[in-house]
Design a protein around this ligand. Structure first.
Ligand code: SDN
Length: 143
């Protein structure tokens, strides 16, 4: 039987999920990041770029995207905030949040761009863990 969760339990779980997930991306643990998606997930992070589909597709897409940083000692950090969690009748969770990408180079001043809205559908995996089934990242500069 599914465990009883309060909304507060769920909200904290979603925050913890994002903290771990985004640290994996920022540490360039791209396979581990893809493991936080469902096998059939769809993930669009850049408007105008075809969304990645499936875990293998997400890994390939992110390796391709990060090639531009190969000779660029850059630390990117994705900061999530203003998380709006909406449980759905089918058991999935709609989660919408703000994301700021902070970029820092050695001895440099951090720059903040892009400013984004993240539109997620989260579902539960076989071990009741949260997984991202759908993610579309909208970028503010395009409005
Ligand atoms: O995974 C994300 C991302 C993300 O992967 C992004 C990537 O490049 C790879 C969750 C939430 C937000 C984002 C935002 C981005 C920004 C995107 C484009 C760029 O930085 O130029």
């Amino acid at each position: 039987m599914a465990p009883t969760r309060t909304f507060t339990d769920l909200y904290v779980e979603v925050q913890q999920f994002y903290a771990r997930q985004m640290r994996q991306l920022d540490d360039r643990k791209l396979e581990a990041y893809a493991e936080t998606f469902t096998e059939d997930a769809e993930f669009g992070h850049t408007p105008g770029r075809e969304p990645a589909r499936t875990r293998a597709g997400i890994v390939a897409d992110l390796f391709e995207f990060h090639k531009k940083f190969e000779n660029d000692p850059v630390q990117r950090r994705h900061w999530f905030n203003m998380i709006d969690v909406e449980p759905q009748d089918d058991g999935s969770i709609r989660s919408t949040c703000y994301a700021l990408v902070v970029t820092t180079r050695p001895n440099g001043t951090p720059t903040i761009a892009p400013s984004c809205v993240v539109n997620d559908i989260l579902v539960r995996g076989a071990d009741d863990e949260l997984l991202t089934k759908y993610r579309r990242v909208d970028h503010d500069q395009l409005f």
